[in-house]
Design a protein around this ligand. Sequence first.
Ligand code: AMP
Length: 207
Amino acid sequence: MKFSELNLKPEILRALDKKGYTELTPIQEQTFPHVLAGRDLIALAQTGSGKTAACAIPVVQSVDPSSKEVQALILVPTRELALQYVDEIAWIAKETGVSAFAVYGGFSMDIQKSKLAHGVQALVATPGRLIDLLYNSPLRLADVRYFVLDEADEMLNQGFLPDIEFVFSCMVHEHHTMLFSATMPEEIKQLSQRYLKNPVMIELIAE
Ligand code: AMP
């Protein structure tokens, strides 16, 4: 399937075309129709499958650049992955006016707070720093309508389950959730049953 067949904002289609993305990768092909239709989703997927763009494109498509509130939240286990998402969102969103920013531990909270105060629509975060900011800054997640958990199994391995549950409890606006994981331990099944609404399950077999 080609990106041009999807009903995406023309600014996004132009950015994809410029980057040389024409055909969807298998994970994008399997996730997009559900995500763009507003279904919650669980995907078993590895890195290298194109999952960053599979999340980033619907994020850019769905947020409203005229509002300064955080509308999309992407939770990841590491700083490296957070920066990868921000880079991907930045080039996809270049012409749309959507702004993305990453918050993670080991970096000045004051700088992160002042950036957030200027308005960020797509926030990428590691769980510990996000919780710090929720307690110690005006950051609120009440307008989040699009929530991505990437490498969910890795976040659980690092002991972030209580933080993730707290984040779910902060999102009061109706939202769609996309959960990516390389494995599907019992804790992730239980998390999904508690917080996702009738999710589509996608399993990508590694080639
Ligand atoms: P990821 O799994 O998100 O780390 O992506 C793996 C690589 O695939 C990255 O180098 C992306 O830039 C590239 N990629 C993702 N989606 C596409 C696409 N539809 N067409 C071409 N390259 C892509």
